[in-house]
Design a protein around this ligand. Sequence first.
Ligand code: IPM
Ligand code: MG
Length: 371
Amino acid sequence: MPANKKLLFLPGDGIGPEVMRQVRRVIDWMDRKRKVTFDVTEGLVGGAAIDAHGTPLTDATLADALAVDAVMLGAVGGPKWDNPTDYMKRPEAGLLRLRKELGLFANLRPATVFDALVDASTLKPEIIKGLDIMIVRELTGGVYFGEPRGIEELPNGERRGVNTQVYTTSEIRRVASVAFELARKRSNKVHSMEKANVMESGLLWRQEVTKLHQEQYSDVTLEHMYADNGAMQLLKNPKQFDVIVTDNLFGDILSDEAAMMTGSLGMLPSASLGAADANGNRKALYEPVHGSAPDIAGKDLANPCATLLSFAMALRYSFNLDDDAKMLEKAVQNVLGGGMRTADIMAPGMARCSTTVMGDSILRELDKLSS
Ligand code: IPM
Ligand code: MG
């Protein structure tokens, strides 16, 4: 048989393993009911890898990640590994290394409000009902990876901490083009955010995005915004946005803001994509936006929806299975519409359920939708 669709599972820490288990169940379901088969291998990342191997990502696991079509990641981190004496021995370092080595420069973070959850937000329902924003965050450059970096001793006994914000033309153009392409399939509008009023790297960002827009994407509406104003506008009138493209650090912050506005972090997926090869295939990693939630780990309380929706993104972006992606998304929506709620999104009058029961309900819904 020809090599199948290859997936690497990296469940990681905290609630990672239990939410990823629900993806396994959907994969088994697809195998049985849809005759779509995945070859799934599994590895360790984050604290789990530190415990087993003394490093948050071994070279062997990295090699596995480079060899598959897509990586599904649960979550990394937890108080057990918080001791920040050695940066490279933190769980987060495993994730950052994966991003860098796989060249996952485009991080897609949708902030969508499900109709059934409109009251979960701290914002007024009329502000966020129907919200559907896609944040495209640059993920392998900027201050996260710029050199020089470090902490140094000064002759006067002080210490100096240094990180470098740096972007090149090609780094800006490739992530901006992902944003423009996505916008074309959505509402055809891109907001680019930086601090061109303060930072040269921001000025270059604005110039390059403008140039690319004129050259290739003039059919898309482009607006520039300073990132601080963007943070404000997101709260004031989030529905003015369709696609937002921004750098690594601003994207980290703005995507958390946008995620929280939806009121349900447990619902939000993400995709991190590399450049397309000659066959149009991209390296890719999919993960829920929520973290490892160590306080509820192992208790069957976590919301598996964000991870299942991340798998839906994998079906769409890595495996060209748009119908299956839509079906899974619809199944999640219908189950919420029917009143099922894990603890994090519980509301009066709804039916509170465990991780496993949420998984059961989504599988049942998939049965219905596919029959
Ligand atoms: C994220 C996280 C990571 C980041 C951490 C865990 C390194 O906050 O994915 O947004 O800062 O990128
Ligand atoms: Mg973050």
